[in-house]
Design a protein around this ligand. Structure first.
Ligand code: FE2
Length: 303
């Protein structure tokens, strides 16, 4: 049986059917999913009852798993270092108090971002599965950074291409006043450089690359950096580039962090539970070497 892929968004986001992601995939199915991801950037699968182990096994077929590296309690109700627990419950399943550290930390997920852009080698695809969903709110919104790049005026593209931004987890969390990082985490996550325009390793297509972890632009003043980053995020997240996914229990969404942004939307956190689990494939290489953005497509072609 071959995969069936149907586009749900205008420019990206497709649903994939005719594949059981709880079973090991045939090479043709892996190729088909990789092709669909290259084209649509975000894929939706339906897998009711998916376990952490099954989700990890599915994820690993697309590359090595990325470790979370955050202190237990921030994004995990499990000691499994490869599964991020994006939920408003404690390990016993009770709703967390409004002032809990975990909810404070996860507030950062409500800003437009791309996963792990604060790491020297940013993530490959992320996989998020819905285990419990609220009756109201809690969507995840996605933005297509390829389309946003294509739609930018040529003179803006010229001005931005080649720029490098500094990304850090401390920076993105400070946006809303979160400062509770311990010394170990500060050492694990120093600020890193990322290209502001990436060339997709598989398709060769260019896209903007930015998000809430980006705090400044190399060679620009603080004020100029802030103005340009805000302008570009506002531009890239206009309705024509955005798809809002309303979660159903059993959904698994796989997105390409290299060319999309996402953010969680609010929901009644003190009365309703929302339990999502994320696994992520580690990225292949940095986006900047010796201070200069690399052409990921050319490197991939030469490999
Ligand atoms: Fe995220």
């Amino acid at each position: 049986m071959s995969l069936s892929v149907s586009r749900l968004g205008k420019t990206f986001f497709a649903e994939v059917e005719n594949v059981d992601i709880r079973q090991p995939l045939a090479p043709a199915a892996i190729d088909g999913i990789n092709d669909a991801l290259a084209e649509h950037a975000i894929l939706l699968f339906r897998a009711p009852g998916l376990t952490d182990e099954e989700q990890m096994a599915f994820t690993e077929q697309f590359g090595p798993l990325e470790a979370i590296q955050l202190r237990v309690g921030r994004q995990r109700n499990t000691s499994n270092e490869f599964v991020a627990d994006m939920s408003n419950v404690d390990p016993d399943g009770a709703i967390l108090p409004a002032d809990s550290e975990k909810l404070a930390f996860q507030k950062g997920n409500e800003f437009w971002h791309t996963d792990s852009s604060f790491k020297p080698v940013p993530s490959g695809p992320s996989f998020l599965s819905a285990r419990v969903v609220p009756s109201d709110g809690g969507n995840t919104e996605f933005a297509d950074l390829r389309e946003a790049w294509d739609a930018l005026p040529a003179e803006r593209q010229e001005m931005i291409e080649g720029l490098v931004a500094e990304h850090s987890l401390e920076y993105s969390r400070a946006r809303y006043g979160y400062k509770d990082f311990n010394t170990d985490e500060k050492q694990i996550f120093p600020p890193v450089y990322q290209a502001m325009v990436r060339t997709h390793a598989v398709t060769g297509r260019k896209n903007l690359y930015l998000g809430s972890h980006a705090g400044s632009i190399v060679g620009m003043s603080e004020a100029e950096s802030q103005a340009l980053l805000k302008e570009l995020i506002d531009y890239a997240t206009q309705p024509q580039f955005v798809y809002s996914h309303s979660w159903t229990v059993g959904d698994l969404v796989m997105w390409d962090n290299r060319c999309t942004l996402h953010r969680a939307r609010p929901y009644p956190k003190q009365t309703e539970k929302r339990i999502l689990r994320r696994t992520t494939v580690a990225g292949a290489r940095p986006t900047v070497v010796n201070g200069v953005p690399i052409d990921e497509w050319k490197i991939e072609q030469a490999a």
